[in-house]
Design a protein around this ligand. Structure first.
Ligand SMILES: NC(=O)c1ccc[n+]([C@@H]2O[C@H](COP(=O)([O-])OP(=O)(O)OC[C@H]3O[C@@H](n4cnc5c(N)ncnc54)[C@H](O)[C@@H]3O)[C@@H](O)[C@H]2O)c1
Length: 236
């Protein structure tokens, strides 16, 4: 796979950073972008459509794009703060559409692959997560539509639906629940390990391996799919 180029959006995050490393381990040249730019990462706010468009144009042709940017908030529906609701949609869904639109124009003319990190919460609703679940379910619909549209350009478009993954995001969610419910954060964390039929929390690398494999020839026949990477979460 030498000579291939990938871009990872949300590359400072747990899953995004693992994707960058996994592409590099395969010998690809991988570029990362995030709203918090550290080290070699490019500064990019995915909610800014024009910024995403010019980032893609400046980067030039790529063979793969992984969209791993995302935010979450725990919010009972009766207490919905619609500013937060809109922000979740803006990052998780609008940002993904900005990236799809921009990179569909700049992908290698011979073809390529896009992978969007959805969530098990996009396949099955969870309490107090209406905005997050809606954004992640919307992402799956978007992926199927774009996959159909880009078949003719030989661009495959897929989603992964992770269960609970040990990243800064999930650690923050555990702290938030513990604080709101007056519980011990370690106990909340243990509860995440046994959601549904899962018996453990996944590592970011386990999700990244699937994202990156979906961009390789090993998955040349797969497009429009949503692959759970959930250690059994959705089976319970
Ligand atoms: N951790 C989990 O259990 C879990 C489960 C299912 C799905 N996911 C999804 O996986 C993806 C990666 O999450 P993670 O767990 O690695 O979390 P994370 O918080 O470590 O990473 C998310 C990254 O997105 C970046 N980001 C946020 N807003 C942005 C913006 N406007 N522009 C550009 N970048 C922005 C953040 O700076 C961060 O680096 C997210 O979409 C998340 O919803 C995570």
């Amino acid at each position: 796979m030498a000579g291939k180029r990938a871009v990872v959006i949300g590359a400072r995050g747990g899953i995004g950073a693992a994707c960058l490393l996994a592409f590099t381990a395969l010998g690809w040249k991988a570029t990362g972008a995030d709203i918090v730019a550290e080290g070699d990462l490019h500064a990019l706010d995915v909610t800014d459509a024009a910024a995403v468009e010019s980032f893609a144009a400046d980067l030039g042709p790529v063979d793969a794009m992984v969209y791993a940017a995302g935010i979450v908030a725990t919010m009972p529906i009766r207490e919905t703060d619609f500013t937060t609701w809109r922000r979740i949609m803006a990052v998780n869904l609008d940002g993904a559409a900005h990236a799809a639109s921009a990179f569909a124009k700049t992908m290698n003319p011979e073809g390529g692959a896009m992978v969007f990190v959805s969530s098990a919460a996009g396949l099955r609703g969870e309490s107090n997560a209406s905005a997050y679940s809606a954004s992640k379910a919307g992402l799956i619909g978007m992926v199927e539509s774009i996959a159909a549209e880009l078949v003719s350009a030989n661009i495959r478009v897929n989603a992964v639906a992770p269960g609970n993954v040990d990243t800064p995001m999930l650690r923050a969610v555990a702290r938030g629940i513990a604080e709101a419910e007056g519980r011990d954060a370690a106990e909340v964390w243990e509860g995440f390990a046994t959601t549904g039929a899962a018996n453990r929390i996944l590592s970011p690398e386990e999700v990244a391996q699937v994202c990156v494999a979906l961009c390789t020839g090993a998955f040349s026949g797969v497009t429009g799919a949503t692959i759970p990477v959930d250690a059994g979460y959705l089976l319970g």
